[in-house]
Write a protein that binds this ligand. Structure first.
Ligand code: AHR
Length: 668
């Protein structure tokens, strides 16, 4: 071996060692750290505890990232009712010699007068023969329509023409070459706007399909309010099944909707207004959400949010605009129309079916009132000039008309008391992983009197989170354990944002990622699943005996509505890079308690920054196994950077149920 080669070999070895040492300190390196294992005791007292509010963990749905339009709402057509200035994403099939397409204001729907005008110049005979298949328009949906073989799609079209029509309605591949389903609308008289419906059964599958409307005869045809929906939606209420089942799986206790900034608008004129989003979908004008910068047809409107809440068994929490947007504000002296709008919205949700607004709800198919008991006056507006003044107008009017409604203020009351009345105060936090993890103690010293906290938006963001990392998820789990422990004062919490269409990432990270045909949960989504039994459970005293600040743990008992059994659930986050040997002792279980069929579920991965993806959707997902050594005293190995849940089946009569005393300090 030459001297030079020897030098390089030695240098490379040093470099390699440095590299691996570096890696070990960044992530886990079990061999090198086996010696450094810490042994930590966790003492759980199962003989008494304190009730966790039924409401604790829920979800926050915002129309952001095309979460609703092109997401959970199953409408396949994008820009269904034609936006005033642009037919996009509708495109033309054929060239300028065979047709022209434009918009005019001839729609029969008063609240959105724009219709699409298609002038076919070619014909079935003569010297300008239409190409085979005809000419027309197509809509690509929201980055491709997912059309599945054997499924049926209902297409609705409003059409008008001075002559007779023969329009082919087809679901095709993105270039039109593969026809998945087709039907013809033939009519000799559509001189007045006429609603047409066709059912198309797909003969093939293509996640990148389009809807096309074509004709081969000369004439002018107007189209408006073109809709295509799968017949098979969640509980038949128009929601995309697979995505809503992801929500069902985390058993949300409430849904806060419809935003966020979406409620505020960049400008008031573009804010979400509930009255524009109810009634027959054709009559809804739609609006441009100028914060997240896309058009929504508002097919997913106020009624649909209430319906979804009911279908999921979750309490609706309605956030309404309080006369304040990001850039403009209504003065308190002139805010009364906004207040009336909120009062009307409550009547729509809760009023008798013969009341003014309740009758519209009834006409939409829901004569019974919805169970709306929570409202938030605005979003993140506490520091705005008119917030307090406006808030009080809403507060007083709502309490007068609906004394049982709980009102949520935008002002944070966690560190000092509010200067206005409220049932809850909103708390939002987006921050780094280490900071959020340390916020497990955020509410430890919050006053126990006054309004309760609603942590309605939280997440790790920035480089720690990427588009959904294990690191972010573990920090969130640590934070949530802190909320569980402080659930005498924190009554509700929801991660944000919930959904992202991968084609329109306006905000990272998000809990559930989807495109037209696929979806997966980020590690943060999986964390939610570890907490789904917490709402309404009993919080036990769980003490970690350690100097390490990288470990947090909680213990609950909860009773399954499926098998009626009572389970003891212990959750531990190891936010450190070392394996931990955990000695768990459960005191206070009766002598004959059963601990059989117990399991251990772990969320971890080989790299702290690991994420899930469409190609590897379960790279970071909970791994559940039988807990062979389940006992009152047991040793558990906690992987570095992990969330572990021990689910122990006990005898329910050995768990003493606690007394309710929500104003007391937590016993932990
Ligand atoms: O969750 C995303 C956004 O973050 C919400 O719209 C807003 O409330 C917050 O600033």
């Amino acid at each position: 071996m030459s001297e030079k080669m020897g030098f390089w070999k030695a240098s490379c070895s040093v470099l390699l060692v440095c590299f691996f040492v570096g890696l070990c300190s960044m992530y886990q390196c079990s061999a090198a750290e086996a010696d450094a294992n810490q042994t930590v005791n966790l003492i759980v007292n199962a003989s008494s505890g304190r009730p966790i509010p039924e409401t604790l963990f829920g979800i926050f749905f915002e129309e952001i990232n095309h979460a609703g339009a092109g997401g959970i709402w199953a409408e396949l057509v994008s820009n269904r009712q034609n936006t005033p200035s642009n037919i996009a994403p509708w495109s033309v099939i054929g060239d300028q010699s065979s047709l022209t397409v434009s918009t005019d204001r001839s729609s029969c729907f008063d609240r959105n007068k724009v219709a699409l005008r298609m002038h076919v110049l070619c014909d079935s005979e003569g010297n300008n023969i239409c190409p085979a298949g005809g000419v027309g328009i197509y809509n690509p949906g929201f980055w491709g329509m997912n059309i599945e073989q054997g499924k049926t799609y209902k297409v609705v079209i409003y059409v008008r023409s001075l002559g007779s029509i023969n329009v082919s309605v087809s679901l095709t591949s993105s270039d039109g070459s593969q026809i998945l389903a087709t039907a013809n609308i033939v009519d000799s008289d559509v001189s007045n706007w006429t609603k047409k419906e066709v059912l198309l059964e797909a003969k093939g599958t293509n996640p990148n399909s389009r809807l096309q409307l074509t004709a081969s005869r000369k004439g002018v045809i107007w189209f408006d309010q073109v809709s295509a929906m799968p017949l098979d939606t969640y509980k038949g209420h128009g929601f995309q099944k697979e995505l809503i089942e992801m929500l069902e799986d985390i058993k949300p206790q409430f849904i806060r909707f419809p935003g966020g900034c979406f409620v505020e608008g960049e400008w008031l004129r573009n804010a979400f207004r509930w009255k524009e989003s109810i009634g027959p979908w054709e009559e809804r004008p739609g609006h441009f959400g100028d914060v997240w910068m896309y058009w929504t047809d508002d097919g997913l409107g106020y009624f649909e949010f209430l319906q979804l809440s009911e279908d999921l068994g979750a309490r609706p929490i309605w956030v309404f605009n309080n006369g304040i947007s990001h850039r403009d504000e209504v003065d308190t002296t002139t805010v009364s129309p906004f207040v009336q709008e909120a009062i009307d919205g409550l009547e729509f949700a809760r009023g008798a079916s013969d009341s003014k607004w309740g009758s519209i709800r009834a006409a939409m198919g829901h004569p019974e009132p919805f169970d709306l008991k929570y409202v938030a006056v605005g979003n993140e507006d506490c520091r705005k000039k008119n917030y307090r003044g406006n808030y009080l107008e809403f507060y007083n009017a709502i309490k007068r008309a609906y004394p049982d409604i709980k009102i949520i203020s935008n002002c944070d009351g966690s560190s000092h008391s509010l200067d206005h009345p409220a049932d809850y105060y909103d708390f939002h936090i987006y921050t780094s992983a280490s900071h959020l993890f340390s916020m497990t103690h955020q509410f430890d010293h919050t006053s126990r009197s006054g309004p309760k906290a609603f942590v309605s938006e939280y997440a790790v963001t920035g480089k720690d989170a990427g588009t959904g990392s294990l690191l972010a998820a573990l920090a969130e789990a640590g934070f949530l354990i802190g909320l569980e422990k402080n659930s005498d004062i924190v009554e509700m919490a929801s991660y944000a944002p919930l959904f992202v269409n991968a084609n329109d990432r306006r905000w990272n990270p998000d809990a559930i990622v989807f495109n037209s045909s696929m979806h997966y949960g980020t590690p943060s989504y999986w964390v939610q699943k570890f907490f789904r039994e917490s709402s309404g459970a009993t919080l036990l005293d769980a003490k970690l005996q350690t100097n390490s600040s990288s470990l947090v743990a909680s213990a609950i008992t909860w009773t399954s509505s499926v098998d009626g059994e009572t389970y003891l659930k212990i959750k531990i986050v190891n936010f450190g890079n070392r394996q931990v040997s955990l000695k768990v002792s459960v005191d206070g279980l009766g002598l004959n308690s059963l601990l059989s069929g117990s399991t251990k579920t772990v969320l971890t991965s080989s790299n702290l920054m690991d994420e899930n993806s469409f190609t590897d959707p379960n790279k970071v997902a909970p791994d559940r196994s039988l807990l062979e050594n389940a006992d009152r005293d047991m040793n558990i190995m906690l992987s570095p950077y992990s969330l572990t849940s021990l689910d122990l089946l006990t005898e329910s009569n050995n768990i003493r149920m606690p007394q309710t005393n929500s104003s007391a300090r937590p016993s932990i």
